[in-house]
Each structure stands twice: as C-alpha cells, then as structure tokens.
Design a protein around this ligand. Sequence first.
Ligand code: 13P
Length: 251
Amino acid sequence: MKKLMAANWKMFKTWDEASSTAQELVDLAAAKLPDDREVLVFPPFTALKAVADVFASKSGFSAGGQDYYIEEEGAFTGEIAPKMLLDVGGTYGLTGHSERRHVLGEDDEYIADKTSYGLANGLKVVFCIGEKIEERKGGRVEEVLERQMRIGLKDVPKDIAPENLSVAYEPVWAIGTGEVAGPEEIMEAHAFTRKILISIFGEKANEMRILYGGSVKPGNCNEIIALDNVDGVLVGGASLLSESFSQIVLA
Ligand code: 13P
C-alpha cells in the first residue's frame, strides 16, 4: 500500500501561484519520491487544471477537487460535478472535511451521498472524520468517529477497490491551530478507524489508507508517518509552500 501524502490548499492560490508551487514541488520531490509514496494536491477549483497539467507526466503525483456536487449536470448554481473534475485532470475528491461540516453546514447524510456519488462516478475519495474539542473532553471520540463512518460510508459498495477510498482522521481542534494530536491519540483513533472500516468492508479495509491531518509540519511528520495505522497525511498550512510540503512528502 502506497502512503498518500496529500495537500489541501483550501481557499488559497491563484492559477499562477498554484502552477508554480506544483512545479516547484515536482522539482524538489519527483526524483527522490520513493515507490511507496503517492503525492496528492487538492487546489481550489480554479487552479485544478493548472496543477493537474504540471503533474500530468509525473508518476506518483495526482490532483483532486476539494468538493463536488451529487448530480451529473443541471441547474445547481455554483456547483461542480465529478465529471468536471475528471475533465480537467482531477482524479480525487474530498468529502466530509471539518470546514465543510462545521463552516458550510454539511451533515452526515449529505456527506454520505457525496462520498458514494463520487466513487460511483470515477473519483477516488478521501473521506474525512474528526471530533471537536468538546467531544474529546466529553469522552465521545469513538462515538463521533463511528457515527461519521457508519453514516458517511453506508452507501459505498462493499466490493469497492480499497485503493479508491481513504479515510482522513482530522481532529477539529488540531486543524490550523498548531496543536498536533499526540502519538497515543493518533494511534488510538487510527486503530479505532481501522476496526470500524473492517466491520464495514471486511479484511480489505486493511488495504484502505487512513491519513492523519491537523497541524502536520516538516518537524513532526517523521514521527507521525511512522505510527501504526498511519498510511499518509493530509496537510493544510504546511502544504502551501513547496519547500515545507516537499520535506513532508519525503519524510
Ligand atoms: P492544517 O495542516 O493547516 O492544520 O490543516 C489540516 C487540514 O484541514 C487538512 O485538510
């Protein structure tokens, strides 16, 4: 199983900025990229083609959309269909991100629709889960993660190819705060995530990647990526500069 080293650029970067950051990333990391690593960047929609074009001839580098809608086309102002992502070279989609859950108001049912729709329409999906600080303090981490997975993945076909679905554990309190989860917290959450995935998909869930996200930086990624059941990372702030993200990719 290749480790998935993913960047979520959120609402940052124009076309030119995205294109040059992607090119710098290739220049810094492509030649040294181990065979067991895959690099994935989620740029904003407007820069997806810029990044996908830079990655087009590079094996091990992919791009994807931070979001998409659950229809093929139609009167859905502001929305983007999976086939539009695929059309400009995006092969992945992101679902369930905490900012879409808690800032944009998406609920578990809608995230479930989106996750199964993307998979059914040619995208590989990175599905995000994670608890808020009050849920952790209230001893409810497993309850929250289990609910998010059982609802969010309920319509994913059981015969899915395991490489097409990854789960990103991103504790909300660690996103953009500089407060990274500790090794024990990460290992516990990832082991629990694996257990639930196996209960849903059977043994093939051992081949699904579980990523950690939340204040991953060059200084902490070596330790994180070496933990049990950590099959990659999903990086926000530290992925915006090619120097820091290339260090993470090669950690
Ligand atoms: P930060 O790496 O900035 O904490 O963001 C994590 C994240 O939300 C990635 O999707």
